[in-house]
Design a protein around this ligand. Sequence first.
Ligand SMILES: O=C(O)CCC(=O)C(=O)O
Ligand SMILES: [Fe+2]
Length: 409
Amino acid sequence: MKQQLRFYPDIDYRVHPAFRDLGVPARDDDSVVDGMIANIDRDLEALHATRYHAAALREAFDSGPGCRIAELAAYLDRTTSNERVRRLLSRAFKDVTAELLYEARIRNDRHEFNRMLSPQARRVADDLKRDGAHICRLTGAERQKLWELCAPAVARLRAAAALNPKTRVAESMPRYSGVGVRLEKFFRRSGALDGLSAYFGSNVTFTGFSLEYSHNKQDWWQNCYADVGLATSKTVYMHYDHGCRNPKAIVALSNVTEENGPTGYIKGSNTKPRSNFIHFLIKSIDLRFYDDYVAGTRSYYRRRFQEVEYRREFLMLPTALQACSHFGEDITDDTDLSADLLKDEIKLTHDVGNCVVFDGDYGIHRGALAESGERFVFQVIFAVEPEIPKIKALQQRARAIARRLLKGE
Ligand SMILES: O=C(O)CCC(=O)C(=O)O
Ligand SMILES: [Fe+2]
């Protein structure tokens, strides 16, 4: 029999040292829930395989996967006794239905997509398809110019880091600034935009970016399970991004080494089999979790896994829902899974390249974990969306330039 598809990677939290002694009895209906999930995935697959007119797609979604998702939501609402868990699931199910409909629209548009590719863009698309990532390089002169343009932002980030040394610091930058225009030119010239479009089967645009400063005093990623004597694991911060249609790029402004927080990408992780529905649902649960537990002032970024009360609630979920998009710390060292992920990791150190374009929604990656020294990178966000008409893009750019001139920047 075909193995039930769940989240990738499938971590058994019931044997994890921080969960195994919590005394929460397991639900006895995993096979019921797994069966309902398999039906949703089957309906989603059928929906994606067919070409619809826009209005018909909505109808097909509602009567197919939409209906089955509502059945699962109602079933879990009936059978979950903890109220906070029930409310979390209810928020997440609303969210995931909207997300999956949006995803179905993007996939539907794919049936019509066709674009001629330059050899460079073809290479980008091939790398993305095979590995989930494409590595490239800006010239020294380009990076020098960007560094000069960013001097005021760099100073502001250093000041912010001095005030709050333990947390992450980033500054979002104007899309049509000199830096933004230069970055976009690079992504066009290098074939990244066309390569991403071919990979997604839809137009991809450059939508925004921020500058992030990482340094070795930050501890937001450390010590999740220190209370049970577990050291931060080797796979720490491996994750998927929260969205499901926003490819990303990291552009290293400073020189990146093994120690100052290189971006790591797990080659081929974008192609691992998984439940499409669960992949989306877990992100929705992560996003819709509210931390209303007041005790504790630690800076670690995943309180849901650090606080024992939330760990208990996590174990009250059906096994298929016991997963997290940011799962790296939950993999214990010296397991096959840990070894497999680490063996396929490519790190963007300066000898390898200074830019990585990747599918962070389906492919596992991490970065910004500075053991020593510091790192400045742009985090660039793309979107799978129709191209903005040239005239509108020119207007937006003219307005942005006028605003900057008025502010005297
Ligand atoms: O900074 C990096 O290298 C990656 C960061 C990342 O993956 C994220 O912020 O989601
Ligand atoms: Fe990420």
